[in-house]
Design a protein around this ligand. Sequence first.
Ligand code: GDP
Ligand code: CA
Length: 324
Amino acid sequence: MGSSPPRVVVLAGGVGGSRFALGVRAALQRRSAPEPTLVVNTGDDVWLSGVRLQPDIDSILYALAGVNDTARGWGREGDTERVNHELQAWGAGWPWFTLGDLDLGTHLARTGWLRDGLTPTRVAAKLSERWPLGARILPMTDAEVDTWVVLADGSRMHFQEWWTRHRAHLEPVAFENPGIDAASPATGVLEAIAESDVVLLAPSNPVVSIGPILDVPGIRDALRAAPGAVVGVSPIIGGKVVRGMADVCLSAIGVDTSAAAVAGLYGARAGSGILDSWLIAEEDADLASAVDAVGVRAVVAPLWMTDAAASAALANAALAAAGF
Ligand code: GDP
Ligand code: CA
């Protein structure tokens, strides 16, 4: 291990995923390593006003291209909302869900190509041609397996409605991805994992970002059989989610909001899980023995991705944990 630059696969959601992806790209460029393959959650995807949205793929695409709105945390920098106002005037779409004009350009391009018969994998490749991204973006699957949230009264709603309209305030009892049992990994996903030297799990939402990726039949087994180390980064620091509402998702599936509990959720490759090593924050150093008890090697590192340098340092720590 460690002699030649590593081939890296990253499993990722949107915001945490894109910050980490920027760090991985920087860390690999410094090592003259090949571009990483990013396997991205598509559970957030939704049809709205006739177009297909792929929020996590777009977050990563825009961040790698440097055209994302860093202040707002989503969408395109300098976007406007003229079309959105028209849609609302027509009573079309969701009044609580803003689609920026530039962002709608992406959705229209994507939907047009899907209607032409291209797979989501090919569409992601075409969207990636516009900018030098320094990474390959793959959807986890070409199948439509949107996440649905089951509420206590037995009713269901699309994940985007629960997350964006209700800000995760309606108590969930389960998350489902209808059709996922019959889905296949997107073309290239299993190959990338089998040919990788390192697989990294971004500090993304374990339940609704990483969870759906692992639930695509074949991906979990591919990680268990990966030739190099599988290293995860905790999205939980000091018992708290850093951004977003992942704690509500974890509670719903009976997992504590703690770095050690999430390590337990993923499990050890030495057992029936997927992790070899797990990066926890300095604030959580006292949890190292609990992580080790799961059979996963705990590595204490600074986990705050406050800027590009911090994200790159975190990616370096993850690569070092994998022997690179
Ligand atoms: P989403 O798809 O936009 O919800 O984003 P992800 O699923 O990729 O990431 C969301 C998770 O990233 C949140 O649950 C946070 O706990 C985590 N996160 C965000 N910023 C940071 C950070 O700076 N450091 C770490 N370790 N985790 C972070
Ligand atoms: Ca997401």
